[in-house]
Design a protein around this ligand. Structure first.
Ligand code: FAD
Ligand code: DHB
Length: 389
């Protein structure tokens, strides 16, 4: 087979890139190692920045999001029984959209299917060859058969555990990592959200987040130990612990119910540099991971897609390599800012095992500074709604 861009990974990055390229008549093939149902079964991000919302519009897949998504103009932050609001709209004139990653992915699959996009599922043993030449190739196995794609470019959109990053030689690649000493236990429940805006809660017992998907679907997270397993937590134990971590006025009105999904995610900050090697470009989680505090993972994947899509357009439409030559530098400049914000917000909101009394006082002082200082609130709001592309 032959195509212009071989895309490894059928998660949000790979699908969005494929659909955007399609709008400009640039061909691609998406290779996904799981089934579509498996990808759609993963419950992940829930908050979209304006940049991603605009990319969805540009890709022609924004109709359902505009109907069913919820614009949020602010968020609440609590510590103990204290709370304050960060006014995104007031500080930045912008809002974010609450619309699940599952729905983004579903809309993209539908659009790719409707326009006859080639997607191969259940692929195995994907190997990228000749990425440092002008004629890269991707080989893979599917249904016991080996296939080969000759292409102009390879987009590595295959997440943190994919093959694309590993294809870049070790003497070219530099990795930066911080692993956090806790995880997030998340549940989805068919109950009304606790509040019309999200609540990020710092408490003596650890972090909690009250989020949502729609009027009758709520998403809650609590900081947990890395040794915990989802099955260690009954629904009743989860709700009890969540109530202890949020201000009492919210705990009293929390509507609980059976969980329909329960999972634990470890927290990690990770960046690989550069994000390009020859004709191979890394996008999204394949190149970087942020801790989820602040909802930057999916949104940073989207900004990579924006830079790569425009670089590839420049190549095919204007015969210029400027966009692809500056891809890594431009993407990384924004990635590091998202890394900083996610690291800062995580540090502000969690209990760390080695935290001293002094460290705890610093957290409270920082929260009180944020609560009372409009410049600090504006900085937080600008980062949360998303820095410009
Ligand atoms: P992925 O979504 O990981 O997609 C990569 C795809 O590539 C996958 O479908 C995978 O099956 C496929 N793949 C992997 N290897 C291969 C291979 N060798 N060949 C072919 N295909 C391959 N972000 C937030 O903002 N908020 C959250 O609450 C949040 N929660 C998260 C919870 C978890 C458990 C995880 C792992 C991430 C979470 N994130 C969250 C991050 C966010 O979901 C990711 O940033 C986002 O999914 C990145 O999209 P992606 O397409 O780059 O990678
Ligand atoms: C959600 C996840 C986040 O990490 C976050 O900061 C906000 C919302 C969510 O899944 O709804």
């Amino acid at each position: 087979m032959k195509t212009q861009v071989a895309i490894i990974g059928g998660g949000p990055s790979g699908l969005l890139l494929s659909q955007l390229l399609h709008t400009r008549g640039i061909q691609s093939i998406v290779l996904e190692c799981k089934t579509k149902e498996y990808v759609l079964g993963r419950i992940r991000a829930g908050v979209l920045e304006r940049g991603l919302v605009d990319l969805m519009s540009e890709a022609g897949v924004a109709d359902r999001m505009k109907k069913e998504g919820y614009p949020h103009e602010g968020t609440l932050i609590s510590y103990g029984d204290e709370e304050f609001r960060i006014d995104f709209a007031g500080h930045t004139g912008r809002s974010v959209m609450v619309y699940g990653q599952t729905e983004v992915t579903r809309d993209l699959y539908e659009a790719r299917e409707q326009s006859g996009g080639i997607m191969e599922f259940n692929v195995d043993n994907v190997v990228i060859e000749g990425a440092d030449t002008d004629t890269p190739q991707v080989t893979y196995e599917v249904g016991g058969e080996t296939r080969r794609i000759a292409c102009d470019f390879v987009a590595g959109c295959d997440g943190f555990h994919g093959v694309s990053r590993q294809t870049i030689p070790l003497d070219v690649r530099r990795e930066y990592e911080k692993v956090y000493p806790f995880g997030w236990l998340g549940i989805l429940s068919e109950t009304p959200p606790l509040n019309h805006e999200l609540i990020y809660a710092n408490s003596g017992r650890g972090f909690a987040l009250c989020s949502m998907r729609n009027e009758n679907l709520s998403r809650y997270y609590i900081q947990c130990s890395l040794s915990d397993k989802p099955e260690d937590w009954t629904d009743a134990a989860f709700w009890e612990e969540l109530k202890r971590r949020i201000p009492s006025k919210y705990a009293e009105k929390l509507v609980t119910g059976p969980s329909i999904e329960k999972s634990i995610a470890p927290l990690r900050s990770f960046v690989t540099e550069p994000m390009r090697w020859g004709r191979l470009f890394l996008c999204g989680d394949a190149a970087h991971i942020v801790p989820p505090t602040g909802a930057k993972g999916l949104n940073t994947a989207a900004s990579d897609v924006h830079y790569l899509y425009n670089g590839l357009r420049d190549f095919y439409e204007n015969n210029s390599t400027d966009g692809i030559d500056t891809y890594s530098t431009k993407a990384l400049a924004r990635v590091w800012k998202a890394e900083r914000f996610s690291w800062w917000f995580s540090s502000l909101m969690h209990r760390y095992p080695d935290q001293s009394e002094f460290d705890l006082k610093m957290q409270i002082a920082e929260l009180e500074f944020l609560r009372s200082n409009t410049a600090a609130q504006k900085a937080m709001a600008e980062n949360y709604v998303g820095l410009p592309y």
